[in-house]
Design a protein around this ligand. Sequence first.
Ligand SMILES: Cc1cc2nc3c(=O)[nH]c(=O)nc-3n(C[C@H](O)[C@H](O)[C@H](O)COP(=O)(O)O)c2cc1C
Length: 205
Amino acid sequence: MNENGLTEGDFTEHAEPFRLFSEWLADATKSEPNDPNGVALATVDTDGMPDVRMVLLKGFDEQGFVFYTNFESAKGREILATMKAAMCFHWKSLRRQVRIRGPVEIVSDAEADAYFATRPRGSRIGAWASKQSRPLESRFALEKAVAEYTARHAIGEIPRPAHWSGFRIVPQAIEFWHDRPFRLHDRIVFSRTADGGWEKSRLYP
Ligand SMILES: Cc1cc2nc3c(=O)[nH]c(=O)nc-3n(C[C@H](O)[C@H](O)[C@H](O)COP(=O)(O)O)c2cc1C
């Protein structure tokens, strides 16, 4: 990788997108002021109306890109209805963008349990206390719910709520974008082929 963009060598060297993604995320981890794994997540509702919000990427490999949420939230309901989503990273410090889209799978219970167990105790209580995306009558009502669940789980492990788990976007396409002078940016898109491999092409900026 050259600071001025994606070289012809970068283009020919990568036969699949995951190593390049891993390198870019590692670069962002060094240069972003916070949340290098913060990513815009786009969904559509049942009328086809788009919706977008930030989430944190919590894992990725050849299987796909994983984030966690409340399945009864707006995004949870939208994904469960369509089983499709898209993501867009923008790392300002690097002037780079990565776009990912594809069908969505639900992570296994074991995978969700393992991740839930790594969360701070307060976040695990929060997953129980927050009816994410539903109307909240007052901040006090949320604090009361937190106090109730804290008391209920005062002793022992806090189990993962059934409505809280992870989604995995199985990428059909991943596009890497790197800023270049005069808006003549580099774009490389990897698209999944019928045999499960990848084909890549450059796009006009
Ligand atoms: C940087 C950042 C990271 C976030 N990460 C998550 C996340 O991983 N999971 C989540 O459910 N919400 C996360 N949120 C909150 C969501 O953006 C959103 O407010 C919430 O999930 C409700 O969205 P919905 O009503 O579209 O479901 C994050 C917000 C920000 C700004």
